[in-house]
Design a protein around this ligand. Sequence first.
Ligand code: GDP
Length: 448
Amino acid sequence: MNNYDTICAISTSLGKSAINIIRLSGEDSIEIASKIISGVDIRKKEGGTITHAYIKENGNYIDEILVSVFRAPKSYTGENLVEINTHGGAYVTERVFDMLISLGARVALPGEFTKRAFMNNKMDLTSAEAVMDIVNANTRKSLDLANKALHRDIYNLVHELRGNIMDILLQIEVNIDYPEYEDEIEISHEKVKHDTSMLIDKITDLIDKAEVMRVYKEGIKTVILGKPNVGKSSLLNALLNQNKAIVTNISGTTRDIVEGKINIGGVVLHLLDTAGVRDTDNPIELIGIEKTMEVLNEAELVLLVLDTSAPLDAQDYSLLEMTKDKKRIIIGNKIDLHGKLDIVDIVNVSSVTKAGVDDLKKKIIKLFIDEDMEKDTEVAISSTRHIGLLKEALSSLKDAYESEKEGLYLDMLEIDFKKAYTSLGLITGEEATSDIVDELFKKFCLGK
Ligand code: GDP
């Protein structure tokens, strides 16, 4: 165990509640806590025990508590760790917290307890990230994924891939060390090529599956675009199945409504704020092109709404052009008015009668989730960070494979294999630098 200072945090959120939990971790945590606790000497307590006690200040009662004592290395952080359950008032909790700080504990940074668990080898980086994913989970699927990751599913997978790369590296080493065996080299060349190609297939498949999981976990950043009055807010209402937005036929009156989240069949659409896009006083340029491009850059999905009851105009064409390279669905709204637009792949709906809305939902999901694949998509990898690093590893392996085909010496490929090996190590944290680790844990909650 590393010898870090003792940190302290209020781990529960401070409202009025039945209890709050204050946590201390570090070599001196038991010693520090013992100074404010009366009724029991926690320095004599075994690890993994919970005891009823009191907090006193200058002989006066501050609170009646339960105190848990864990001893290194058998604790969440791997260090001595104390948890004090106070009553759930903000004042009493902060009072106890202040007492601990004045006795030498340091205010913990966000995620610092879990970071210590990682630093003390209690968990790898993917499990540590999973802790936060459990806190943030808002669907059953995302909770399941987080639990799998917590129980080292990702670690095991990535560890195996790293093992595969190491095997290839070892074969290359043998060739470099014993170049006199020419026949052997031929065999190795073939074997390295074969193994690399297998690995490329394996990682490609993994990325595909992980992308699907990412959609389930993180949702899809979506923008609903269309000129004023085509029915964007009405469509949003129809998707939401409730009448939250105020719909009027005066242009521009619904401008601050098209944002928020909608859950369609277990997938969350995060609607991007388009207020800026439509917020214009200039009647000639109703669509702010620059603003639209900004929002589009961020969007993973564009729902472009057109009005089927009227011919397309310059603004519609401009939006069609601006979104042509994005993943988009062109929606022909107001189909109940019996108009028709001659556009391929248009999804016709009526936001008023709700005709076509279910088909639209299905189409959205299909655009992101290959239904055939979903059945055996049991993979816990689902975060942008992990997918990005898998892609990095894949690209290095593809470089190696290309060089292989060109007949380059095996030792020239070593560097690509090593790069891939490192990228994967960044996922599990085996190769992570302290900057990366610090950056990751910043996103955590206080006291976690
Ligand atoms: P936005 O400015 O694009 O958000 O458009 P709104 O949702 O405010 O709709 C503008 C007008 O079109 C309102 O009067 C709506 O009632 C009407 N509208 C929206 N969708 C439909 C539809 O599917 N059918 C018909 N008949 N009217 C619609």
